[in-house]
Design a protein around this ligand. Sequence first.
Ligand code: ITT
Length: 198
Amino acid sequence: MRPFVLATANPHKTEEMAAVLSALGIDVIARPAHVDEVDETENTLEGNALLKARALATVTRHVAVADDTGLFVDALGGRPGVFSARYAGESATYAQNVDRLLAEMATHQDRRAHFRTVIALVSPEGDELVVEGVLYGEITREPRGANGFGYDPVFAPDDASGRTLAELSASEKNDLSHRARALRTLAETLAEEPRRFQ
Ligand code: ITT
């Protein structure tokens, strides 16, 4: 299989995707520094993942893989969702986004939420594949843990003994995360259609 070039400019996502893909036997190339970032102008994860992957496949002539992820909180009607990166403002930090989430959730007893990752794979010839991965859990009352990134300190997945994603090791997160699930589905789909993306 040809190597995949990663569309993400987020170093945490790069690390997670490279770890999971290499364990699945897929080689990755980091996003070339000279390639401009694509504005996420769509209002769905699928739309934004495809935007990012198409742009990179066109510029690099490699098979490109892009992920778009959102945190969907039941009590907030699915917010922040596709706008998770900008929840507390255009250039909000992870800590500011987490603070806003905890403030909005202060009066809610229903803490259910899920992460959803959509991954788009696009070849320079125009072949496209879209897969998803979901992780269910709860929003905690306060941040816990120092690993991971983004909303990890306030998200306790089901089946993690009450720990947040930020209290898991990198390999524990990569065993169960929304992103890892999407990447495993991607690898399974490619294994079923071995001639695609070769
Ligand atoms: P790229 O578009 O460059 O890939 P990004 O940081 O914009 O990077 P996303 O749009 O996929 O990434 O994610 C939106 C936000 O969701 C991100 O800024 C984090 O705050 C949060 N997020 C994504 N994946 C996460 C994860 O695995 N754990 C915790 N928070 C996550």
